[in-house]
Design a binder for this molecule. Structure first.
Ligand SMILES: [Zn+2]
Length: 116
């Protein structure tokens, strides 16, 4: 946890001209005329931080709930990390095997002759 994430969640107190933003401890943090922008920034800060390039990343599989394993001998246990369609930048982990199973089911449902 760095200093910034310790301040979260922020509190927004609307005033006549400005919105006062307070940190999680209730201390004044900022004044803003654009609380929506501030909330978007807070959402981005609260999102799971991206790991440095090259760092192994594992997490619970979105589909089956079991942990992915970057070091597994079975490539089906490796993680695939996709951002979510809600635009928040949050990511979820998926086993390669869970994704392939669903891709294959989707392919077969649209093209039943595909057996590859
Ligand atoms: Zn899975």
């Amino acid at each position: 946890m760095d200093e910034m994430t310790k301040a979260l969640p922020l509190q927004y107190v609307d005033g006549p001209d400005y919105c006062t933003v307070r940190d999680a401890q209730g201390k004044d943090f900022a004044l803003t005329m654009q609380p929506a922008l501030m909330k978007a920034m807070e959402a981005a800060l609260s999102a799971q931080p991206a790991a440095p390039v090259g760092e192994l990343r594992d997490g619970p599989c979105f589909y089956c709930g079991e942990m992915t394993s970057s070091l597994a001998g079975n490539p089906g246990k490796w993680p695939l990390i996709f951002c979510q369609p809600d635009g928040t930048g949050r990511v979820k982990y998926h086993h390669t095997s869970c994704v392939v199973t669903r891709l294959r089911a989707a392919a077969l449902s649209t093209n039943p002759g595909e057996q590859g």
